[in-house]
Design a protein around this ligand. Sequence first.
Ligand code: HEM
Length: 733
Amino acid sequence: GSISGGCPFHGDGGVRDLLGRTNRDWWPDALQLDILTQQGRSADPMDEKFDYAEAFNTVDYNALKADITALMTDSKEWWPADYGHYGPFFIRMAWHAAGTYRTGDGRGGSSSGQQRFAPLNSWPDNGNLDKARRLLWPIKQKYGKKISWADLFILTGNVAIESMGGPVFGFGGGRADVYEPETVYWGTEEEWVDEGVETRIIPDEGKALENPLAAIQMGLIYVNPEGPGGNPDPLQSARDMRETFARMAMNDEETVALTAGGHAFGKAHGAKPADSFGGAPESEVLALQGFGWLHDEEEIAAGNITTSGIEGAWTPNPTQWGGDYFRLLFKYDYELVESPAGAKQWQPVNPDEEDMAPDARDPSKKVPTMMTTADMALKMDPDYRKISERFRDDQAALDDAFARAWFKLCHRDLGPKACYLGPEVPAEDLIWQDPTPAGTTPSDSDVSSFKSAVLDSGLTVSELVKAAWASASTFRNSDRRGGANGARVRLAPQKDWAANDPEELSKVLGKLDELRGSLSMADAIMLAGAAAVEKAAKDGGFDVHVDVTTGRGDATEEHTDAESFEPLEPFADGFRNYLKTKANVKTEDMLVDKAHLLGLSIPEMTALVGGMRALGAVSHHAEHGDRIGVLTDRPGVLSNDFFTNLLDMGTKWEVVDESGDEEFVGRDRDSGDEKYRATRTDLVFGSNSQLRAISEVYAENGGEKRFVDTFVRAWIKVMDADRFDIRYAKYSG
Ligand code: HEM
């Protein structure tokens, strides 16, 4: 694959805030419901016991699919189906639901139904998909909690493909809805799609696409169909496609198969200039009830619709799967033309009558087909072209490649295969699912003898805690990748990441391997970390049981697409006080970002940072070794010293690297003697008023136990974060 590595958050200089331009910036006048989600009140109408997986497993799956199939050709007057078939429209809906996924942080994607909310409901690229969702409402209403919107989007895409004779590879359900917009960094631009100006890749100016972003402009799923910044240059379009699709884990072959396969269906809409239509749903008037981009009813009936501004179908058979896309792409020369809406697009020169498309409303009428500049890239770019020619000549190869790439697109962020539900889950294991062999649960006596052996091994608390953290902390709630399962921390690339202090890690893993007996390495690493935390708590006067869940299996290199793990490398890990590259957000923002990906609350994040500092579990610092942020004279003891010393007015802090504003020295206020070294990530717990308030709770008399308990709970949460095999075991079979 051609997964791009590179530093998440690394852009072309300048500091931004973590979330970039948010809904509040786009729609300052929108109803502010978030004041009602303070003090831990949830926006979720389902009660806490609601278990979507359980509900999904009771759905009458065949009846549901039959209802969706019937909907495909049940054309509604308020939004008639082109060619009498909604299939292509629904494929675009599903593709755009899944297509926001990005490897850089695992965010975006189809798994929580975010297309219902701003900003995605109003992205220019999602134009008119409000109608697709509204068409589905009667089905959502009928099946209720048994099918989430998120699952319904993807399943409907699948059914659409099937209903037009296209190949599908399978479907896994299990995407539980959320009920509030997820705040995701989508960029900083103040225009959604500012033609010609705000393109994010300009090689001539050394401007590269900022990580983790995966679209060429704000408000687009990937690239501008007319070409970069509206410039109809297929080769530059290929460059943008290659970069953006790589960021959703798609290689060239997958990119070609998906785009050509998708555009075997349907049409683009550009019947009239875009300014003759209303605004996006989030900014429209109340009476429109969540609809945007509204059209005159007569125009809708006549098919005079503008979505992208491009006009026309790609093939003569827009509701039938087949090889016409490539046949036409190579059979004809294409010339640059303008759509009625003024968009640049490509039209076959002198097409034969049978290669014309039907009119979307009147099948007796023939209209020319078209290609977008992005489609032309599949012919003009030399690497894409080779693949396109192969698919043109081998329909079975295209069928297989499209079905697999579509399945990956739609399931990439659902998590490991254990999370897939329903009767259509494919049996085959796929490498991008990060398959891990099943483990066996060790006996209590094996566990306790291993834990004692570890504590007698000479390995320190810090070393053991760091190894366990290195193993588990790659987990991201966003796409549920990473984590301790499979003990991939022993494999490339993880074993070599600077954040993991590779030499120390390899020593620790070597020793654990000697001691583990019949335990898996994955279990051994977790249990060793647990033993270390228990000992450290005991040395601080607290008896705790760090009850991590065993029964993990070990993955091999064969189970592992090493390249696909590269985006999981931490470029900053505040929990270990690690910073590889200063990003274009503040370093403490990176801590919050990581805590969010780990699913931690503010108190959990705070306790983990303070606890890991007390345990001396910080990454080696080139100059200051293991001292940075370790505000204690008894490292290795699980104490609240980090908080008591941070809040102690006897220490005065000053920055020591003015330029970077990253490193600080703490001096005795009277003598001026150096006491501590710390980073921004440490000091933010004293400077930010909210974090300071929590630090006070852990530092005050009687707060030690609360601190230790919260630390242990958060520790177990991180260690067990990826145990979907256990959480989903009851749903399988
Ligand atoms: C429609 C662009 C990839 C499936 C469209 C439209 C544009 C477009 C401009 C017309 C929207 C409208 O005006 O109604 C692109 C670009 C892509 C891309 C630039 C990537 C470089 C894909 C992929 C799929 C897909 C990967 C699915 C696998 C569709 C379908 C339609 C469509 C089915 C027709 C919708 C309808 O008939 O209403 N695409 N697309 N596209 N796209 Fe894509």
